[in-house]
Design a protein around this ligand. Structure first.
Ligand SMILES: Cc1cc2nc3c(=O)[nH]c(=O)nc-3n(C[C@H](O)[C@H](O)[C@H](O)COP(=O)(O)OP(=O)(O)OC[C@H]3O[C@@H](n4cnc5c(N)ncnc54)[C@H](O)[C@@H]3O)c2cc1C
Ligand SMILES: *[C@@H]1O[C@H](CO)[C@@H](O)[C@H](O)[C@H]1NC(C)=O
Ligand SMILES: *[C@@H]1O[C@H](CO)[C@@H](O)[C@H](O)[C@H]1NC(C)=O
Ligand SMILES: *[C@@H]1O[C@H](CO)[C@@H](O)[C@H](O)[C@H]1NC(C)=O
Ligand SMILES: *[C@@H]1O[C@H](CO)[C@@H](O)[C@H](O)[C@H]1NC(C)=O
Ligand SMILES: *[C@@H]1O[C@H](CO)[C@@H](O)[C@H](O)[C@H]1NC(C)=O
Ligand SMILES: *[C@@H]1O[C@H](CO)[C@@H](O)[C@H](O)[C@H]1NC(C)=O
Ligand SMILES: *[C@@H]1O[C@H](CO)[C@@H](O)[C@H](O)[C@H]1NC(C)=O
Length: 531
């Protein structure tokens, strides 16, 4: 009897072991790294399987959307945390050889979690160890590795000079790798354009595992990774950027308009002036349903950035935007680094070292969508929109002003096509704290309902969207035979006329579709090879 039990247990463990594909993917990576001449002691410190005690910590440390931090979120078989270029090359070569999808993560802020979630067997290459910033004051450039956060970049620039800055996002924990490769905008958008408009070189590990700088890669590939999304083309290790001058004094403000301040009138006038005003001025508007005096209403908050002093700002707003009602006490003058703190919702008396913190204080459940507005929404439309926001209840809108230099850069200059003709971009924003599928469904449904409602007011054919506000609702690909047709659906919205060029670059540099995800650039069906 005992003998049978032992045989049974033996067979049982054998079975468990054999069917443990998760573990065998990890073992295959280890084996393949050895074949690629990565020393064993390095392998044992950069490859994690789910059995490693720190696997969960490493996985969770760069999740920025709680929707993808639940027990049902699919987990990778392997996490690779390279500390050298050779590790990245091996990761690419091995994922290709083993036919395991490789997800690339830098700061982990992707709104749909596609840098660390997949519905098939996958591994993650996480670049958080690629954290160097080298600034050259002489030519006002910097080499910035992909795992750097925007806060770290702003801090290091400020350490060297308070008269230099960089046009990129306002949230300090966002990663350079995803942000720059997808466009990158912030409150200097109208003056200096996007992050990608100031990238002058890059280092990428391509589909063959080769390390390439701008000179060594096709110029078309260098074009593609400035707005086309890095995840389709290779693992970007670093970008070289041109810094921009900022004045010694900038001015910020925050002005709230509640129901008895005619917020509709201010938003209406905003649309008439904001794309044509002085390039030094950028204004974001938050529209949020709030309860005031027991009544649900929409509050409009105008947050401003001005690259100059308050007296010049007041002259501009006084003549062009009187409905804003901006007054001297609303204006706060400070050095540029102070405005970085202000926009990141820190007290501007905080030490700039808070920008070095890579982990936000709290992480919510999130869903985002985006739109572009090319003709002012009529007053009656704004009134309906405000009513709808109150009716829906928990979704907010953020308007970000366009125009300025954005209107002067041709659409084909970079893959990011949303240039001339836009007054502002809309960000749809749902944040929640309740756990569970019911809550997810409820909030996601609300944001979709609002998106349906705004259709008559926004761009059409295509209804444009911003890649970095990742939204899987607008189309996905399963990377099968139909990927070109599938890719066209979201590709035209994100890239307009640049989509086909991105497909040609992709087909040329990665015909085997090694770098693939739910919204990657597809390979041309007639030329590509099947994975
Ligand atoms: C709180 C918050 C605030 C934000 N604020 C702004 C803002 O002000 N302005 C703005 O423009 N956007 C903003 N975003 C959006 C942000 O720009 C994108 O989510 C961006 O892609 C994040 O980059 P990441 O490296 O942190 O993300 P990740 O999730 O790591 O990556 C995002 C995408 O890029 C790919 N990728 C990442 N690193 C690499 C690499 N090294 N090589 C190749 N591919 C790579 C990933 O595979 C994934 O597809 C914000 C997002 C959040 C969550
Ligand atoms: C993961 O676990 C294996 C087996 O115990 C070990 O050899 C390896 O060093 C661990 N990896 C890391 C990164 O800790
Ligand atoms: C993810 O969930 C774990 C608990 O399961 C928690 O400790 C961690 O802080 C969470 N991380 C984020 C970013 O929400
Ligand atoms: C930064 O400079 C150091 C020292 O010169 C160099 O080793 C490193 O490769 C540079 N890093 C980047 C990202 O260029
Ligand atoms: C709320 O009601 C008080 C008293 O009627 C009024 O003074 C105040 O302006 C109201 N606030 C708003 C924002 O409507
Ligand atoms: C504000 O800036 C303008 C233009 O740069 C300058 O002429 C003016 O003197 C400044 N005003 C103050 C009070 O500093
Ligand atoms: C903070 O803002 C005040 C004006 O509101 C300004 O005087 C001060 O210089 C700012 N501090 C920093 C660090 O920017
Ligand atoms: C939005 O519109 C689409 C297409 O018409 C429809 O399928 C969907 O059900 C609508 N969603 C909501 C939440 O109203």
């Amino acid at each position: 009897m005992e003998k049978y039990l032992i045989i049974f247990l033996f067979l049982y463990f054998l079975h468990t072991f054999a069917s443990d594909t998760v573990n065998s993917d990890y073992d295959s990576f280890v084996q393949c790294f050895i074949e690629n001449k990565i020393p064993k002691d390095q392998i044992s410190s950069i490859l994690y399987s789910p059995k490693n005690s720190s696997f969960t910590n490493v996985l969770q440390s760069h999740i920025r959307n709680r929707r993808f931090n639940v027990s049902t979120t699919p987990k990778p078989s392997t996490i690779i945390t390279p500390t050298a270029e050779s590790h990245v090359s091996a990761a690419v070569i091995c994922s290709k050889k083993l036919k395991i999808q490789l997800k690339i993560r830098s700061g982990g802020h992707d709104f749909e979690g596609i840098s660390y979630v997949s519905n098939q067997d996958f591994a993650i290459i996480d670049l958080f160890n690629f954290r160097t910033i080298n600034i050259s004051l002489e030519d006002q450039t910097a080499w910035v590795q992909s795992g750097v956060s925007l806060g770290e970049l702003y801090y290091r620039i400020w350490e060297k000079s308070n008269l230099l800055g960089f046009p990129a996002g306002v949230c300090p924990t966002v990663g350079v790798g995803g942000h720059f490769s997808g466009g990158g905008y912030g409150n200097m958008l109208r003056k200096y354009g996007l992050s990608v408009d100031h990238i002058i070189d890059a280092i990428i590990v391509d589909a063959q595992g080769r390390v390439r700088d701008r000179k060594a890669m096709e110029e078309d590939l260098f074009w593609a990774i400035r707005g086309g999304g890095g995840g389709s083309f290779g693992v970007i290790l670093a970008y070289k950027i041109q810094l921009v001058p900022v004045p010694a004094t900038v001015t910020v403000f925050r002005v709230e308009k509640n129901a008895n301040d005619n917020p509709v009138d201010s938003v209406f006038q905003y649309q008439q002036v904001i794309d044509k005003t002085d390039n030094d001025l950028f204004i974001r508007v938050l529209l949020q349903p709030v309860t005031i005096n027991n009544t649900r209403r929409v509050r409009a908050t105008f947050i401003g950035m001005f690259l100059g002093n308050s007296s010049r700002l007041l002259t501009i707003t006084g003549s062009q935007f009187p409905e804003l009602g901006l007054k001297t006490p609303d204006c706060k003058e400070m050095p540029w680094i102070g405005s970085v703190l202000f926009w990141a919702n820190f007290d501007n008396s905080s030490s700039p070292t808070v920008l070095l913190k890579r982990t936000p204080d709290s992480v919510n459940f999130l869903k985002r969508k985006s739109d572009y507005v090319k003709t002012p929404i009529p007053k009656s439309g704004l009134e309906q929109l405000f009513k709808k926001l109150v009716e829906i209840g928990k979704v907010g809108l953020v308007f970000n002003s366009y125009g300025g230099i954005m209107s002067q850069i041709p659409e084909s200059e970079t893959p990011f096509p949303h240039r001339a003709g836009n007054i502002f971009k809309i960000q749809y924003s749902a944040n929640w704290k309740e756990e569970g599928e019911e809550a997810d469904k409820n909030y996601i449904n609300q944001i979709r309902e609002l998106y349906n409602f705004t259709e008559p007011f926004v761009s059409s054919n295509p209804r444009e969207a911003y890649l970095n506000y990742r939204d899987l609702d607008i189309g996905i690909t399963d990377n099968s035979r139909n990927s070109y047709e599938q890719g066209k659906v979201y590709g035209l919205k994100y890239f307009k006329g640049n989509f086909d060029r991105l497909v040609r670059v992709k087909t040329s540099v990665d015909p085997d579709n090694v770098f693939r995800n739910e919204q990657s650039i597809p390979v041309l069906p007639s030329l590509g090879r099947k994975v």
